[in-house]
Design a protein. Structure first.
Length: 409
């Protein structure tokens, strides 16, 4: 049974108020920046306190993101079989437990272990969020709702490094990780209190290995899925380059304090929020392909400017911040369209499609993290070179694969 034969008209969609859907999606997707951004200001501090080298420190990010990708391959089919709500409740409870473990970790090895479990649990929130969008909305409306939710995510991303920096300054790196645990518990409480089940008809065969493999193969062959999945992975590759490497560049190389670094990341979040706001307007005017094509110019401008400033020998925090903001504005245009687009052709298998797209994204991010563990050498060049690479890849995908996949047949 392939997606092309199984995706008949789905049952009637559950009635969920728009505000409730947007808030819930923002909280679920917002766990990503909470998990990564909130502890970034404390990243160099915990590295020194736990006596970890650069490669081990980067493993706290790359192991999390790899587990995040693999975890989606499990949670996605489970969400198609059991429904979104039970998977969310189990995943969020596990996330809160792992976050508490991170806070209490006594060694870098223990922290990596707890971060791995945290990433696997976080996968439940993100994979279900994308599937919920497909449960409730058609593709274009889904992209607009996702854009609204990602504006909320941007506000969470804006606050995360500021709160994390303040906590790290006040009580040390464990304070930043304790905040992550608190957010996890709050999200669990919200879902338990307010979110109904959104899957109209669970698939009783979703977990059968033969059916699952055929489903994934059919999804992976779909040109619309491939285009959106590659776009989401590429634009996130640039974002993860900033997340995993910027604290060392801003703080250790350019001399910013953790609080000032939090402000720099907050500025990037404002640019991202602006991109999501513009995205909603451009989807209406230009369609999904037109919106991401225009976003590609901002993405490429950010990457190109960063590389040019490095080649010109400019060594200043503003020479990192401006390219970062341009790139993140483009990211705010690409992500809502891509997150809704990967599940659009698969109303009956949204969980599986969401999981596969998330796995591709996580593989890219894992590779970025491992590369940064070797490449970061006390210069700005590796950070800006990585950003430039992903900016070029994202723009080319937006201008070619996405445009062709969505072209009228």
């Amino acid at each position: 049974m392939s997606p092309t034969t199984a995706d008949r008209a789905p049952p009637a969609r559950p009635a969920v108020p728009l505000a409730l859907a947007a808030i819930t999606l923002a909280l679920l997707m917002g766990l990503q920046p909470v998990t990564t951004d909130m502890y970034l200001p404390a990243f160099p501090l915990l590295t020194r306190e736990l006596g970890a080298g650069m490669a081990a420190a980067q493993l706290t990010m790359s192991a999390l993101i790899l587990a995040f990708g693999v975890g989606q391959l499990l949670w996605g089919p489970l969400a198609d079989r059991l429904g979104r709500r039970p998977v969310l409740l189990a995943g969020l409870a596990l996330y809160a437990l792992a976050s508490l473990g991170c806070t209490l970790a006594a060694s870098i090895e223990a922290l990596v272990l707890w971060r791995t479990l945290q990433g696997a649990a976080m996968a439940a929130a993100v994979v279900c969020a994308r599937a919920i969008v497909r449960d409730l909305y058609e593709p274009v409306q889904g992209a607009q709702v996702m854009s609204l939710a990602l504006t909320g995510l941007g506000l969470i991303a804006l606050a995360s490094p500021l709160l994390g920096g303040a906590a790290a300054h006040a009580v040390g790196w464990r304070g930043a990780l304790a905040l992550v645990a608190a957010v996890g518990l709050a999200t669990l409480a919200w879902v338990a209190w307010r979110l109904p089940e959104t899957l109209a008809a669970p698939n009783p065969r979703a977990l059968q290995p033969a059916v699952l493999l055929r489903t994934w193969w059919g999804i992976a062959r779909h040109p619309v899925f491939r285009a959106w999945a590659l776009l989401v992975a590429a634009t996130y590759g640039g974002l993860f380059t900033l997340l995993a490497g910027s604290s060392f560049v801003y703080i250790d190389v350019l001399g910013l304090s953790p609080a000032a670094y939090g402000l720099a990341m907050a500025a990037g979040s404002l640019a991202y929020i602006a991109g999501t706001v513009v995205c909603r307007r451009w989807i209406t005017r230009h369609g999904l392909a037109g919106a991401v094509a225009r976003g590609g110019f901002f993405t490429l401008a950010g990457g190109t400017l960063g590389v040019a400033l490095v080649l010109a020998g400019v060594q200043h925090w503003a020479a990192v911040l401006l390219p970062q903001c341009l790139y993140l504005f483009g990211h705010g245009l690409h992500q809502p369209c891509g997150q809704a687009g990967v599940v659009a052709p698969f109303p009956a298998q949204a969980g599986a499609a969401s999981a596969l797209a998330g796995f591709v994204l996580a593989l890219v991010a894992f590779g970025v993290g491992r590369w940064l563990g070797v490449a970061l050498d006390g210069r700005v060049a590796p950070l800006m070179g990585g950003l430039g690479f992903w900016a070029l890849a994202t723009s080319l995908i937006a201008w070619t694969l996405v445009r062709r996949a969505l072209a009228p047949r």
